[in-house]
Structure formats: C-alpha cells, structure tokens
Design a protein around this ligand. Sequence first.
Ligand code: PGA
Length: 245
Amino acid sequence: MFIAGNWKMNGTLDQARALARALAEQLPAGAPTTALFPPAPHLTAVLEEVADSPIFVGGQDCSPHPDGAHTGDVSAAMLVDLGARGVIVGHSERRTNHGETDAQVLAKVTAGMQAGIGVILCVGETLEQREAGQAEAVVRGQLAAGLPETLSGDAITIAYEPVWAIGTGKVATRDDMSTMHRMIRAWLREHRPALAETFILYGGSVKAANADDVFAADEVGGALVGGASLKSDDFLGIITAAMNA
Ligand code: PGA
C-alpha cells in the first residue's frame, strides 16, 4: 500500500512544520509507504521535520521544462535538489484550473522520470463523463496520453480520482471503484507492462471513516488524500486502515 497526502494550497509554514512533525513522531511501525506533498514553499521545512522518519516528500506539480524563462514554475530537478523524491502530475485541479492538456501532462511525467523521482499520474472522469457512460474511456485515454510508451523500471504510480469525488464528500461505490481499478490494471498489463504491478491509488474524499471500504475494493493499492491529510489524526487513521486491510 502507498498512502499520499496532498496538502494542496493550505496552511502556514508553522502549520506545515507541526503537521509533518506530528506525523513523523506518530507514524506506526510497519506503516505502508507514506508520502507528503506540501505546497512548494513549505517543502524544505517539511523535509527537515520528517528527516528521521520513513516518510518521503514530493512536489504537487513540476514544469515540463528543465529550466529557463518559466516564471512561477518549479522544475523536477529543483524538487530533487531539495530532497523531494516524488511529484504529482495531472491532478484534475491542474487540468481544470490551469488548462493542462494531456500533452503537457505527458511532458511533466517525462520531466519527473528524467529527474529520477517517483511520479503519481492522476486520472479520472468528470460527473458529466460518468453520466454519459464515458468514464472508462476517459480514463483509458488519459493513461494512453499521459504515460510514455517506453518505460523500464520507472517509478510511476497511478491515482484514480473521479473529479466529482474530490473535496465533495462523495466517494465512488466499492463496485465502481473495483470496476475502474480492475480496468486500469488490465490496461497497464496490456499497454505498459513495465507498470503492470504498480500501485493504483484511489483519491476523492478518502477519510478515516471510509478508508476500510476504499481499501477493500479490488486493485486499490492505497490512497491519494486531500482534505483528510491536513489533520494528523485523520491521516493516521487512514494509514492504520491501510495496515489492517
Ligand atoms: P480530497 O482530495 O481527499 O480532499 O477529496 C483528493 C485529491 O484531490 O487528491
């Protein structure tokens, strides 16, 4: 299992430090791989707080470019330089708020791979697409467009996050989750065999209270957690549920 906390654009520097410290101190022995994705200005502080724990830290996004005139962007190499070991790419909030295309997502995945950090590629359909019966086709399209065709030993994790479940309190049913996760597994085996065994995370309103149910779905290898990753007790509750799954 792999549990990732996406803090999005929340919190002060002091709050980031306190949350990271609490998690580093309270992470149970035998916890699954746990990663934190704080806002970029808080990365160094969070890295310092978790330095003596197995928690690893990543960026919420990276530029597709290695360097240059890209005001406001952060390169994958800069994340590595800080000590970050992962990056989230293609989150639906980036696709929606910043108009990120599949081609840009692919370029960012490639940039993360070239920098040698783990990439979490997010995919997921909107409510309209689900209601139109297109959910699986949309996710297949995002996988095909966002993943390089040639892969070998690259650390890429997939996060299935139905857009309508993010921050809404609505969670996909266990059946819908299982169907989608099985489809993603079969697609990876057929089209990206190097990723055949990679973790497929579920994301969208995961909290301690529903984590048991999420982890019971087929092919769910962990969670990408937004809101519930901002409180140590809630996030630790999800980690405990993963340990018991
Ligand atoms: P949420 O966010 O847990 O707040 O729904 C999940 C995500 O966007 O990664």
